[in-house]
Ligand binder design. Structure first.
Ligand code: PFF
Length: 454
């Protein structure tokens, strides 16, 4: 069953809307990025900053995106181009979002390819002679044809799902498998937390040393909050355009943020106690997940099988997020450009592959030496999207929602689903106008060296 608005498809129920939104939010960001950024930014001080960024910036920006999306019921480019009468240039938010989707997918598909490769490698490791060790990851990520092959495969899979339409297949699959991922993370947590020496891993995650908060930590935590919750680039605006009329926007956004944060923390609790117990380095960078999980699981009975299962579920989690990333340009190509959905899907995937090859090869000898602003392509795409485009997009979105859309219209959309005005709507609105854009600006100016916070 699906709801139609002016002939457009939409999510059928509140629960469906919640599941799809969580499906976009949960992905490599939780299982791969959160742990490795925590490890390279000094642990609990980063976690604390990240939690504040989610609450003070993430939830309000998600609410604005859902309000604007549901009010306009259009793809992101046209939604922002039309939401303020006479000011079409706000469509730039949607355009920047399309660019962000391309940049993110360029490195996301590289890492997703590693995850899919690890499904196969961990399965092969069940037999004799092919153990999973640190050198396995080095050879994969630093290779040429192998990672490219996986990347092409991952993109083709995503495009095929999108071409077929999103709701039936992927929504159903993720809805069933997400709880399984959750359960498996809990198994990892129990294993990791009962290792001797696990306590220092827990302290590393939860006992902040405030002296470690620096400009880099603030910007990385903010960037991660945007990336994690799929904000600042029109993804949540697009999903907002599929929300049922009666969905209560603020409680829904809060629940999505809580669920997503819980998955990240559970991943951190599976990884850091094990890193400390085995004398590993928390600042292991992007390879942290791929080196640690097989190691932890290898210490328990049946561990090989759990490793396979873990990477299968991680692979599933990447699909929900990738589908939502590809959906942003596809929605625009289909609705505005009248391109057939399958053609739009493969066209978008092709463009993503072009950039993706640069990201993948920047870790191999082929493009390993190329530096732009001191970064290889992989890091550059990640930095530009998470730490520049998404936060800047977030400020623009908050300004449009808080200052340029009339207060009455904005609150009317925010309060749908309630018989009377909820107690919090004024508070949320004040955040959207002042606190959220103010905080983002402070962190951006700080990282440019214009002001000095930390
Ligand atoms: N939120 C996803 C993750 O954490 O893996 C990544 C992502 C999806 C970012 C969709 C941005 C986006 F629009």
């Amino acid at each position: 069953m699906s709801t139609q608005h002016q002939g457009r498809d939409a999510f059928a129920s509140n629960l469906g809307a919640f599941a799809a939104t969580v499906g976009s939010a949960v992905g490599l960001g939780n299982i791969w990025k959160f742990p490795y950024l925590t490890g390279s930014n000094g642990g609990a001080a980063f976690v604390l900053t990240y939690l504040l960024a989610v609450a003070l910036v993430g939830v309000p920006v998600m609410a604005v995106e859902h309000v604007i999306g549901r009010r306009m019921r259009l793809d992101a480019v046209r939604a922002y181009g039309r939401v303020v009468p006479g000011q079409r240039f706000w469509s730039a938010i949607g355009w920047a979002g399309l660019l962000s989707a391309l940049l993110i997918m360029a490195f996301y598909t590289d890492v997703a390819g590693w995850v899919f490769a690890y499904v196969l490698k961990s399965a092969l490791a069940l037999g004799p002679g092919r153990p999973l060790g640190p050198e396995t990851f080095g050879a994969l990520a630093g290779g040429t044809w192998e990672p490219i092959g996986w990347q092409v495969g991952v993109l083709a899979l995503t495009a095929t799902i999108i071409a077929a339409g999103v709701s039936k297949g992927i929504e159903k699959v993720t809805k069933t498998l997400m709880p399984l991922l959750f359960a498996l993370l809990l198994v990892c947590d129990v294993r990791a937390l009962t290792l001797p020496g696990a306590a220092s891993g827990v302290a590393y995650l939860f006992r902040p040393d405030l002296g470690k908060i620096s400009g880099t930590v603030l910007l990385s935590a903010l960037g991660l909050a945007f990336f994690k919750l799929s904000l600042g680039m029109g993804t949540m605006t697009t999903y907002g355009s599929y929300l049922p009329e009666e969905t209560r926007i603020v409680p829904n956004a809060t629940r999505v943020a809580l669920a997503d944060t819980l998955v990240s923390l559970l991943a951190g609790l599976a990884i850091f106690p094990a890193v400390f117990a085995f004398g590993g380095k928390p600042a292991g960078g992007p390879g942290l997940l791929f080196n640690t999980i097989p190691l932890v699981f290898s210490r328990m009975p049946g561990g090989g099988l759990f490793t396979v299962l873990f990477f299968v579920l991680a692979a599933v989690a990447t699909i929900g997020a990738m589908v939502s990333l590809v959906e942003v340009p596809v929605a625009w190509l289909v609705e505005k450009g009248h391109v057939a959905r399958p053609a739009a899907a493969f066209l978008t995937a092709g463009a993503m592959l072009a950039l993706g090859l640069l990201a993948t090869l920047s870790q191999s000898p082929v493009l390993g030496d190329v530096r732009i602003f001191g970064k290889g392509f992989f890091d550059l795409f990640d930095f530009l999207s998470s730490n520049v485009l998404l936060p800047v997009g977030g400020v623009a979105i908050a300004v449009v929602g808080g200052w340029l859309v009339s207060r009455k219209e904005f609150l009317a959309e925010l309060d749908k689903g309630y018989a009377a005005e909820p107690w919090y709507d004024r508070i949320v609105y004040a955040f959207i106008r002042y606190v959220t854009p103010g905080l983002i600006l402070l962190i951006l100016l700080n990282s440019l060296g214009v002001i000095r916070l930390a």
